[in-house]
Design a protein around this ligand. Sequence first.
Ligand SMILES: Nc1nc2c(ncn2[C@@H]2O[C@H](COP(=O)(O)OP(=O)(O)OP(=O)(O)O)[C@@H](O)[C@H]2O)c(=O)[nH]1
Ligand SMILES: [Mg+2]
Length: 202
Amino acid sequence: MAIVNYKRREINCKIVYVGPSVGGKTTNIQCIHGRLPSDHRSSLQCINTEGDRTLFFDYFSLDLQTVQGMATKFLVYAVPGQPLYRSTRKMVLNGVDGIVFVADSNANRLSDNLEALLEIKAMLEEYGYDYSSIPLVLQYNKRDLENTTPVEEFETMLNDRNCPYFESVAIENKGVIATFKAICTKVIEHLNESLGVYSKPK
Ligand SMILES: Nc1nc2c(ncn2[C@@H]2O[C@H](COP(=O)(O)OP(=O)(O)OP(=O)(O)O)[C@@H](O)[C@H]2O)c(=O)[nH]1
Ligand SMILES: [Mg+2]
């Protein structure tokens, strides 16, 4: 689904952070953006409500590397997690190349995590995308809390594809970059596989 422009020798890949509200998606995006060299990234756009909840979406772009001789740009988004914003989440998922699911480890949020994942699966299906093959990484965030869902329980409940997962404490920048690197790697691998099927215009 990456947008390939052979004339300009450019590829745009879309990575989307999803997950239940208040799980830590925006915190991830802010941490990643803050660590990137300023000459390789755009500014960070976050549109929040007063309570710092994402209202629209968070976004920045990153010039990454060359894939098969083409300049590759990653467009990184985080959706708003509040149930009210389903239509925005669906819009942001349009054309997605890689997904990071940020779960909230607070034990009280267990069912919210499952609901959020089921919603993403339904939206992908509505677009006709194949959930079983789209690059996906899971992040079990807020591991610093006292009452957390055990990782084994998350694995059984959320990780039916046996994808890479990371435990994180996004407010302390722990596990955030590892997660981001993992999804970038998966997207590039997937892109390299699928680029073989594009025929270059003469
Ligand atoms: N204890 C703890 N709090 C965290 C962690 N990560 C994020 N938070 C806090 O959780 C709250 C919500 O974080 P956000 O990053 O705004 O969550 P979000 O997923 O973007 O939320 P929505 O935009 O509403 O979907 C904030 O107060 C963060 O500081 C963490 O690892 N541990
Ligand atoms: Mg947010």
